[in-house]
Write a protein that binds this ligand. Structure first.
Ligand code: ASP
Length: 430
């Protein structure tokens, strides 16, 4: 019997996205937006919930499986240093791309005075809310972020998806102990965890069957929600274009160079095609944490990076590596400075790159996660925090795009680590 040829997943997701956009546009023009909000959007919310549902167990199980199969603590040390080093390098590169572009295009210089006053009034409330959240963060000791990584109680960490670093900390500790003990005593536990890992990967497969409908519903709902704000696009057009160019240059110029340097023989478009479904889920959900299950699956199945490497590198990357966010924060900070006529010297701009990186590391992988951290970048550079009001209204579409870059950066580093550790199935993308 002839087997029916299946349409590849990324194509069905693209179809879902196009259908969602069309449905949203139709709903806005034919006035049935409310129906979309009440009857279509909830399916998108269910899709995101399902992804989030497995995020905590998946991060825990993946890291334990990944590290315990490394075999030695030294290996974990080298892998850890290499991974964090590459993540830092990729964030420096993308923030530098952002700074270069915003200084070339100068989107803030032509921003009309009356528009500035108008937006500051319109978005004052949400700006104040974000900056008071950031004030809370600023009062902490500079080492607070390390303190926050260490959980007091693993059950309560596991009850909140935003405590991913605490879960990672606990998983690394546990896996390190397993590696030190080795042998029969730990075998029942590792067998159980490995079996759980297999099961969770299957669960991701099941959830992904639902992805085309999920992205359709999410995008239709977003178009309807955003329709009222279309005039924002015209006023902030140049800023919008600068961020889009920065993110595009990060993916299409910086990553190919990075991969060329470390991986040498690489077919970049095959790399992109392998992770395309994860990029589309990132675009639709605006959350790199919710996308992690898909990022893992694509990296292992399609990109060919071994499970033990991906299981360690990707969960860590999802939480600390945010190239799109770093690029965006650098552009947003300088844009606001330009609008307010704040002159920034080259050293101040370098300081912005560094704080943007730290802020990106601290941003949670959730929709709009980096806005609160942007307040810290602005205030440490002496740029008026009120300027946040200018860009909040237009943030969602930019958030969708920078989330795509965030997970692409994680995958690029995973690919490099996989290749340099001889853990890459080169038949997939070479
Ligand atoms: N939404 C982004 C992410 O999940 C974070 C941000 O830049 O706001 O990766």
């Amino acid at each position: 019997m002839k087997k029916k040829k299946r349409i590849p997943l990324y194509l069905t997701i693209i179809l879902g996205m196009v259908a969602g956009l069309l449905l949203g546009i139709l709903a806005v023009n034919l006035n049935f937006g409310e129906i979309v909000t009440n009857w279509v959007k909830p399916w998108g919310v269910i899709f995101i919930r399902m992804l989030k549902l497995i995020a905590v167990p998946l991060v825990f199980v993946s890291i334990v499986v990944g590290i315990s199969s490394l075999g030695s603590i030294q290996k974990l040390g080298t892998l850890g240093v290499k991974t964090v080093g590459l993540y830092f390098l990729s964030m420096v590169g993308s923030a530098a791309v952002g700074i270069l572009l915003v200084n070339t295009i100068h989107p803030g210089n032509t921003f009309p005075e009356e528009k500035r006053a108008y937006y500051m009034e319109q978005f004052q409330e949400s700006m104040e809310e974000k900056s008071s959240l950031a004030d809370g963060l600023k009062q902490d000791s500079p080492l607070q972020f390390i303190v926050d990584m260490v959980p007091e109680n693993i059950i309560s960490s596991g009850a909140d998806n935003s405590n991913m670093l605490q879960i990672i900390f606990f998983a690394i500790l546990l896996a390190a102990a397993i590696v030190m003990i080795k042998g029969e005593k730990t075998a029942p536990f590792t067998n159980l965890i490995e079996s759980l890992h297999e099961i969770l990967l299957k669960v991701i497969g099941i959830i992904m069957q639902f992805a085309p409908i999920g992205v359709l519903a999410l995008l239709a709902g977003l178009v309807v929600d955003f329709a009222a704000d279309t005039d924002l696009f015209t006023a902030l057009g140049l800023y919008f274009i600068t961020v889009v160019l920065g993110l595009t240059a990060t993916v299409m110029i910086f990553y190919p160079v990075l991969l060329k340097v470390f991986v040498k023989k690489v077919k970049f478009f095959r790399f992109l095609k392998a992770i395309a479904p994860a990029q589309m889920v990132a675009f639709s959900t605006s959350s790199s944490a919710a996308t992690l299950p898909v990022t893992l699956k694509q990296n292992i199945d399609e990109l060919g990076v071994s499970e033990d490497i991906s299981n360690f590198v990707l969960p860590v990357g999802t939480t600390i590596n945010m190239d799109g966010t770093a690029c965006y924060q650098a552009i947003a900070a300088v844009f606001i400075a330009q609008v307010f006529g704040v002159d920034l010297s080259i050293f101040e701009q370098i300081a912005i790159v560094m704080t943007a990186i730290l802020a990106a590391i601290g941003s949670p992988g959730i929709p709009g996660g980096s806005i609160v951290m942007l307040v810290i970048v602005l205030s440490s550079a002496g740029i008026p925090v009120e300027g946040l009001a200018l860009i909040i209204g237009i943030d969602r579409p930019l958030d969708m795009l920078r989330t795509v870059v965030n997970i692409t950066g994680d995958s690029a580093v995973n690919y490099i680590v996989g290749k340099t550790e001889n853990k890459l199935d080169t038949s997939k993308t070479f």
